[in-house]
Ligand binder design. Structure first.
Ligand SMILES: [Zn+2]
Length: 1004
């Protein structure tokens, strides 16, 4: 499942919001002084006749006749943006910086004492919980002791003792084949089902235990004879008890049942949309990963219980039905009903089963032996072609990269109108949000980058995840880290123009920020409860997973990675694996005798990542590693050591890829002897490794000096990484903020996307914290600082049609920053045509007036163009008007005028603004029950909602309030890891403020 692209808009790192330093550059409050916002027709600089677009301060742009044809969204809005008159220009010259040589960040004794007390309390609570939960629910060891004591078995629904006491199913019985027959009724939103499971008894047993949830079982038979069953609802299990041991062999278990089509986003759920004629249309679709197949049919719902499936679906003749496999036959059942039967599937896990009943249309094309089709609602048939072409090209790429052809004869990609995740990789039937699959005529290259990324990710899953599956959810990263990494590899090769490399760099920065928290977790983590399984779908599994694979690939020599992966897929296809299996396949092909397993285990078993400190004295370089934590005072384990494939370049040779040197650091400390004297050293070349680097004072000085002299001695990724690393070091208290500003001095010359967006992102974070604390003076000094350092680059941006993704990303970051801080007269213009990559910026400005907001709402309701709709919604939610904020919160939760799938995005956008963030927090608290009915506890949506609502708190009052609220949740969420992360983030914000408010006064 692809959760990470869900909330993505075309900016770095806005896919998820989960730490205080994890928001995009464009998120700074939009126009707090909204009345001064420039939507005043008198000020329009517009030449009516010629479709000429004149942007003050940005130069003139001529539009062709063709471009005039673009039905301009701005014109629909009838809005106009103009330049701010020069008297509103903020005084750039008032920017003052004083040098100050204090140091920062030593925690006060009081903080330390409180910290220790809290730590001890938390640790003892955790231990109590561990022992309580551990023995009842989880480990194999506990389960053995328990099984001898009848008393620990829970009571089933009818009061009888349930014969099993573990969340994981017993291994004695395996499914071999499922025959599933379903008949959904889209009028009354229920379905009838029957499942016949051929099971193999491997060890003699008196019980068969499997999963089933939210269904009404009418009858069960075992080898033809009716049998009685027991249900234990909390674990979503049912059991069949037999008086005698079942002998080894095969049996048939038959269950007929009815259930409601789910009204949340998992299981077999109903969905609806309104077509362009205003008529409501309904459909039914599935989302099973991770634990919801059991809501559609009783099954052994764990990834290792692979089996084959034959599915039959009854539907009204006006609909079509789709499933994983091609349709074999349709039978007319009379009464307007038809039954579709699908081919028997390959051996696969239950979470990959899927079916849909809807009235979609499709287009198709063949690639090798596979028919690729893209489905969407009939109104959007113009928007499917890009996805079809892209999917075909990527399928060809993967077929040849993995040297193992996609095994099914069809591959469907379906855009579902109401869908929570970004997409889901069901084998042969990939489901998407409309925004992540459909591309219209006015979608920008950045919209295409998103669609391409999601398709590339889901297609990679057809091998990683579907063909070879992790044994259990603890190794979810084997699916998600790999699919994420392959998405970058394939796009770089097939669509080099999409500048996916910069995007991947941002993803690594984001993963580092999250993994620097104490509340992070190892890539491979023990999980058992449903909430824990849900929580694995996070940045660590996806983004850190992908980052460590990149590091490994960069360490292996040419082609070895691909070779090892191919062998792994060949060896384990149609079965299940653990991390170790992958490492062994890669070790076997490594010519440098690298023990991949020894190296990579240090990256999957420890949480966090290392900080490498470099001290150079002549040609002697001392390297030290330690666990990097933003909040080191609460650190619980300091002894972790990583096997780090350190890379470095120096002034002798730094830009060519052949310049890179490698040194394997496995110990705490090691010494590197350089062959010659150097002027400077830069470690972690292009930031390919998952670690950050700190230099001694001289080391930083040399690097900063080199950048000021000629920044091109380092690649733009290396420059972005220096910026990223120094902000992180300052946050952890290892360098002073003055040192950060020293490095940033060179940025006036910078014009590359990666370093500029990283710098804006970091400064924007600080601005927003200041702003939310109402530190008005400092916030305005920060604005001046940004204007002083980026003003001329902002001035150089055009509003023309732009084709380079990299330039688009750069200009949207700059212009959004300019508009939101109201810097100079950049936030200008526009009547007539807007390049689609700038729509978001323009719409956000427009949304600040009643008139603009009303028109945007109208556009939102009527647009059938999804990227545009998405941008419109973000603009609507960026309003500063509290009544509108409340309205939009209510409508997106109840799903009436804004789809509920957008609720996390709405919360996230509202929380960026000063006007809305406290309302959003109150709304989340008051509506928690409703929210958790829509989104499961622990899910990515819930993680996003919690972090959006709390990540900008930086006061004691808010800390206490958040703690009280979360602890009041009990089983409805107080145990979630994201809660610890939220609390830790607030504490970090508080500490940062404590340490830096005074110093900012002197330095900014
Ligand atoms: Zn995925």
């Amino acid at each position: 499942v692809d959760t990470f692209n869900t909330f993505k808009a075309p900016q770095p790192r806005n896919m998820i919001e989960n730490s205080m330093f994890e928001e995009e550059p464009d998120v700074v409050d939009l126009a707090k002084e909204s009345p001064s916002y420039p939507i005043d027709t008198d000020d329009v600089v517009y030449e009516p006749r010629s479709s000429r677009l004149l942007v003050r301060g940005l130069g003139e742009n001529d539009l062709d006749e063709d471009e005039e044809d673009y039905e301009s969204s701005a014109r629909l809005l009838g809005m106009s943006f103009m330049n701010r008159s020069s008297n509103q220009r903020s005084a750039a010259s008032s920017y003052i910086r004083q040098h100050y040589s204090g140091s920062c960040s030593m925690p006060s004794t009081k903080t330390m004492v409180v910290g220790v007390v809290v730590l001890v309390l938390v640790a003892s609570m955790l231990m109590v919980l561990y022992f309580l939960l551990g023995c009842n629910f989880t480990t194999a060891g506990c389960q053995k002791t328990n099984s001898t004591m009848d008393s620990i078995y829970p009571n089933s629904t009818n009061g009888e003792l349930f014969p099993w006491a573990d969340l994981r199913l017993p291994c004695s019985v395996h499914p071999v084949h499922y025959n599933i027959t379903l008949h959904p009724d889209l009028t009354i939103m229920t379905f009838q089902g029957s499942v016949s499971i051929l099971v193999q008894v491997l060890n003699e047993t008196k019980n068969i235990v499997l999963h089933s949830s939210d269904m009404n079982i009418i009858k069960a038979t075992f080898d033809g004879k009716e049998v009685h069953f027991l249900e234990y609802k909390p674990w979503q299990q049912i059991a069949f008890k037999f008086p005698e041991d079942l002998k080894k062999g095969q049996y048939v278990l038959n269950i007929t049942y009815t259930a409601n089509l789910s009204s949340s986003y998992d299981g077999f759920y109903n969905s609806s949309y309104v077509d362009t004629n205003g008529i409501k249309r309904v459909l039914a679709a599935t989302q099973f990963e991770p634990l919801a197949a059991r809501k559609a049919f009783p099954c052994f719902d764990e990834p290792a219980f692979k089996s084959t499936f034959t599915i039959k679906m009854t539907r009204e003749s006006k609909y079509i039905s789709l499933s994983n496999m091609p349709k074999v036959i349709t039978t007319d059942l009379k009464n307007g009903l038809e039954e579709d039967e699908f081919e028997k599937s390959v051996n696969m896990s239950t979470y990959l089963v899927a079916f849909i009943v809807a009235d979609f249309i499709s287009v198709s094309k063949n690639v090798s032996k596979t028919k690729v089709s893209v489905y969407a609602v009939p109104d959007k048939k113009e928007q499917v072609q890009y996805a079809l072409d892209t999917a075909c090209k990527l399928l060809e790429f993967y077929n040849s990269f993995f040297k193992n052809e996609y095994p099914l004869s069809k591959l469907d990609l379906v855009a579902i109108p109401d869908f929570l995740a970004g997409a889901m990789e069901n084998w042969g039937l990939i489901t998407f949000r409309e925004t992540t699959l459909l591309v219209g005529s006015n979608s920008s290259a950045i919209d295409k980058q998103l669609v391409t990324s999601v398709i590339a990710h889901e297609l990679a899953h057809q091998w990683f995840g579907n063909l070879v599956t992790m044994q259990w959810w603890n190794d979810l990263w084997l699916n998600e880290g790999f699919a994420t990494y392959m998405q970058y590899i394939s796009i770089e090769s097939v669509f080099p123009g999409l500048d996916i490399d910069t995007e991947f760099l941002n993803v690594r920065f984001k993963a580092l920020a999250k993994d620097a928290l104490n509340s992070s977790h190892p890539v491979s983590t023990v999980v058992s409860t449903p909430e824990q399984v849900e929580e694995m779908f996070d940045s660590v599994s996806y983004e850190k997973g992908a980052s460590i694979l990149l590091m490994l690939n960069a360490t292996l020599t040419d082609g070895e990675f691909q070779k090892g992966v191919t062998q792994y897929l060949q060896k384990y296809k149609l079965s299940n694996t653990k991390s170790e299996n992958l490492w062994n396949s890669l070790s076997q092909v490594s010519k440098q005798n690298l023990s991949v397993s020894e190296m990579m285990n240090t990256w999957t078993v420890h949480k966090g990542f290392p900080l490498v400190t470099v001290k150079r004295s002549g040609t002697q370089v001392t390297l030290t590693q330690e666990h990097f934590l933003l909040n080191a005072e609460n650190s619980t384990d300091d002894s972790s050591l990583w096997h780090i494939p350190l890379t470095y370049v120096s002034d002798k040779c730094s830009v060519l890829s052949s310049c890179k040197q490698v040194f394997h650091l496995k110990e705490k400390t090691a010494t590197l002897k350089l062959p010659d004297q150097v002027k400077w050293l830069k470690f972690n070349v292009r930031s390919d490794g998952f670690y950050i680097v700190h230099y001694d004072e001289e080391g930083w000085k040399d690097l900063i000096g080199a950048l000021k002299e000629d920044m091109n001695v380092l690649s733009c990724k290396d420059r972005a990484a220096l910026i990223n690393n120094i902000f992180a070091l300052s946050r952890s208290g290892k360098v002073s903020f003055r040192q950060v500003l020293n490095l940033m001095d060179y940025i006036r010359n910078e014009n590359e996307t990666a370093p500029v967006t990283e710098a804006l992102f970091q400064l924007g974070q600080i601005y927003r914290l200041l702003d939310k604390r109402s530190e008005l003076d400092l916030a305005s000094r920060m604005t001046s600082y940004i204007e002083d350092h980026f003003g001329s680059l902002m001035e150089n941006q055009s509003w023309d049609l732009e084709t380079s993704v990299s330039k688009m990303t750069l200009r949207s970051a700059l212009l959004e920053m300019a508009c939101s801080l109201n810097i100079r007269n950049f936030c200008v213009v526009i009547d007539s045509w807007i390049p689609s990559d700038l729509m978001r910026t323009v719409f956000k400005v427009a949304a600040q007036t009643d008139e603009g907001w009303g028109k945007l709402l109208d556009m939102y309701k009527h647009s059938i163009n999804d990227p545009e709709k998405h941008k419109t919604l973000e603009a609507l939610a960026s309003t500063q008007d509290v009544w509108k904020i409340i309205w939009i919160l209510q409508k997106s939760l109840d799903g009436s005028e804004i789809q509920t799938q957008e609720f996390p995005l709405v919360i996230n956008t509202i929380c960026k603004s000063f006007a809305g963030y406290l309302y959003a927090w109150d709304f989340v608290k008051e509506n928690w029950d409703k929210i958790t009915q829509k989104f499961s506890v622990g899910s990515f949506a819930i993680q996003s909602i919690i972090m959006s609502a709390t990540s900008q708190f930086s006061t004691k009052t808010h800390l206490v309030e958040a703690q009280n609220f979360f602890s009041s949740l009990g089983t409805k969420g107080s145990q979630m890891r994201i809660v610890q992360e939220a609390i830790e983030t607030i504490k970090l914000n508080m500490r940062w403020m404590e340490n830096n408010l005074n110093t900012l006064q002197s330095w900014l």
